[in-house]
Ligand binder design. Structure first.
Ligand code: ZN
Length: 389
């Protein structure tokens, strides 16, 4: 177990006024080491613009707290040989990405790099789902007995009430997640951080992504449903009871398809992966493909009906993005989900709708740089980033 349990705030750009310059510099240095390792103290000073003496003090602290290690020795043509710094690879995080039918359980390093992962197919008996997940976590921990684990991050398709620390709204998951957090904690002794996947991805974009310096971004997670995570004025926007950002359940079509929330015609009934699959069946007269990933591959292989179905879904995504742009005026909207793997086909369609009659100016739209691992890395960000809120 780590000797230090001090939370580490990892935002690149600190807006909250309670952060001291020392903390800001510390975060900056850690992030430089994370993204450029192995790196020397001299290069840290050059890139960060901080004094060599400041760098030395921060590095000393980070080594003492076991966030980083002194690694290999560099070679220079003459003079002293610099010692390179790198993340402490002994420390690791367990990351969970929960979907209705399956959960990915992974071991990652402090930088969010995936070291190992298993996909757990969840049993149809809901009561057994959490036991399967706990068993998979224990197996990964014992397979990596040499590592010390900082905690477990869970990125879940629902809202977790920050005060109650448990999910309160998960219309697409039929098994009880309420007990999962305490079960994992009891089984492993580790700290367990749980957060809505879109919120987690928003934190992750600030922390792992390339949204350097952005204070206003919205992450839209498009999967079985649609969730949004709002990072506004430099922090997550939660609203009362942690329910802010449920754009997926805004009614877009009166008397539309029934939704898991009890309503009809919600945005996610016309723009989620499920909607894409349904469109395919409606357009082609064929049964739905077995998964959304299969539908995307069909479109990439020029299947006319698959392309039409995804174009329809893209149009509906664009409509919702316009709503988000009007409501929040983010500088960026970032999409997470399988649709991003065919971004060259469908990104322009979504963008066209977003830009149509945009007032005053549509936000930049892009897929997450993390691609399919975005959700897992977001779970790591939860463990690492818990001081942010
Ligand atoms: Zn709904």
């Amino acid at each position: 177990m780590p000797t230090s349990t001090q939370p580490f705030t990892f935002t690149r750009k600190q807006i909250a006024s309670n952060k001291t310059p020392r903390q800001i510099n510390r975060n900056l240095v850690f992030n430089l080491i994370r993204t450029r390792q192995p790196i020397s103290r001299a290069d840290l000073a050059r890139i960060s613009g901080l004094q060599r003496s400041t760098i030395s003090l921060i590095v000393e602290d980070l080594i003492k707290e076991r966030w980083i290690l002194e690694g290999s020795t560099g070679r220079l043509p003459r003079g002293r040989r610099p010692t390179f710094l790198e993340l402490n690879h002994q420390r690791a995080v367990i990351a969970l990405d929960i979907h209705p039918a399956q959960t990915t359980v992974a071991v990652t390093d402090l930088g969010g790099r995936i070291v190992a992962q298993n996909i757990v197919a969840l049993p149809s008996d809901p009561a057994k789902a959490s036991s399967s997940i706990v068993a998979a976590i224990k197996k990964l921990i014992s397979d990596h007995a040499g590592k010390s684990f900082d905690g477990v991050g869970i990125s879940l398709p629902g809202r977790a009430d920050p005060s109650l620390k448990r999910p309160i709204f998960a219309p697409n998951v039929s098994w009880p997640m309420q007990s999962l957090q305490s079960k994992i904690h009891r089984a492993t002794g580790l700290r367990v951080e749980m957060e809505n996947v879109a919120n987690a991805c928003a934190l992750s974009e600030v922390w792992f992504g390339d949204s350097d310096g952005l204070n206003d971004l919205v992450v839209v997670n498009v999967s079985e449903g649609i969730g949004t995570g709002i990072f506004s004025n430099g922090r997550l926007l939660r609203g009362a009871n942690g329910m802010a950002g449920e754009f997926g359940h805004v009614e877009m079509e009166s008397d539309g398809h029934p939704c898991g929330c009890g309503g009809r015609g919600c945005w996610e009934t016309i723009a989620s992966n499920r909607a894409g699959l349904r469109y395919y069946a409606e357009i082609s007269g064929q049964p739905e493909p077995p998964s959304f990933a299969v539908l995307v591959r069909m479109a990439q292989s020029d299947d006319r009906h698959a392309i039409q179905a995804l174009e329809k879904m893209s149009h509906q995504l664009g409509r919702g993005f316009k709503m988000i742009a009007s409501a929040l005026a983010p500088s960026e909207i970032i999409i997470v989900g399988d649709i991003t793997s065919a971004w060259h086909l469908f990104g322009p369609k979504i963008e066209a709708k977003l830009n149509q009659n945009a007032f005053p100016k549509a936000p930049k739209l892009r897929p997450s740089f993390e691609g399919n691992t975005a959700r897992l890395r977001s779970a790591v960000a939860l463990v690492m980033n818990q001081g942010l809120n």
